[in-house]
Design a protein around this ligand. Sequence first.
Ligand code: AMP
Ligand code: MG
Length: 429
Amino acid sequence: MKTVSRPDRTLPGDIDLPRSPAEVLAIVLENAAPLGVEHVALHRAPGRTLAHAATAPEDQPPFAAATMDGFAVIADDGSPWREILADQMAGHVIDVEVTPGTAVRITTGAPMPPGADAVVPVEETDVSEDHVIIGGDPARPGQYIRLPGADARRGDTVVSAGSLLGPAELGLVAGVGLVPVPVSRRPRVTIIATGDELVEPGTVPGPGQIRDSNRFSLLAAARAEGADVRWVGHAPDDAAPLAALLRDRIAADDIVITSGGVSMGERDLVKALLPGLATVHLRRVSMRPGKPFTFATAAVADPGTETGERTTLIFGLPGNPVSALAGFELFIRPAIATMLGRIGWERPRVTVTLGHQIPSGDRTDYPRAIVTVGPDASLSATTTGGQASSRLASWLGANALLVLPPREHPYAAGERIDALLLGPPPGAG
Ligand code: AMP
Ligand code: MG
């Protein structure tokens, strides 16, 4: 595969213009599309995204079945005792008809024998040798019988396309026999950490060096969204090898994520190199953390697709660990979900009451916060300590990003503001 040029592609205005987070998301999603379908065995499908709706090929259950262990009887039968004709076990069909004065011993899930219209649970009976005495209340016609189609009708959608295959979804897919399972192809994602200061985490940093942590937090983030993460190590701030690596990964993968090298420094090479390798759409987003943020796309020849071409998305994240994760959360996560064709991926946006004052700024601020549910079911939020963009601990334990648009005066304690829920809010206790 090689990168093909796209001379007709026009730049959408000034790439250095700071864009609002909503504009950036819109530009990213315009360039993201579902990647296609592949088929996997059921046991390989957990965590994948269902590519086509799963429908019931027949009524579920396909036959009237007992929902209790007991006796299949005629409800109106006034006989004081019934002759036990046979045993009807789940998974078998016997050729016996229930008539007045008779019963068939039946187990849960077994098909109802002809003639019978009710099941009497074994707890309400007395059995003696070849006959059964029905005690308790008289049986109601239809009791303890699950009718055909009670769970799903033939042709019903049981799991929608775009669903994440969790326990219930996978069970339903198996139950309607959708095998092998059509799942969305996962985006191939390469994460490249750049910076001369980086060493592998197993190494003791020398003078001026730090351990590369972004590659691993971004790995965890991308995996959690269902991406197929490729591993290429970290890259020095050295133009020729970095350009070669970027070119290779843009040709091979669906998403290339870089960390570092997109701000205003002399050695911010990702920023300098990308215009030669891709179409750069934007380089700044008006948010905190994470203002330097590059989004680019490249048309790549791909004989595996109908058009013979596909688009690689390139995200240049800043090196500060919190900025990198914020850029992932707000823009890359939605791109991955869109490429997977996933439904229901959006974070719930809720109104919360601020527990303390927060300074405002001239960009949308996304402080990391803990949202809790109060006794009256109202939500309140407190931030997770120092919010410096280098302090990854501010993400630890956070279940929300607060959304604080730019304004003059600070956000006050008790004010009602928006929050994006990253996880379920615990009770305040
Ligand atoms: P940069 O965006 O390259 O200007 O880097 C901004 C800050 O993030 C600097 O303090 C870097 O040392 C730090 N940084 C860059 N890359 C990483 C990384 N992979 N892991 C942890 N910190 C990083
Ligand atoms: Mg750097």
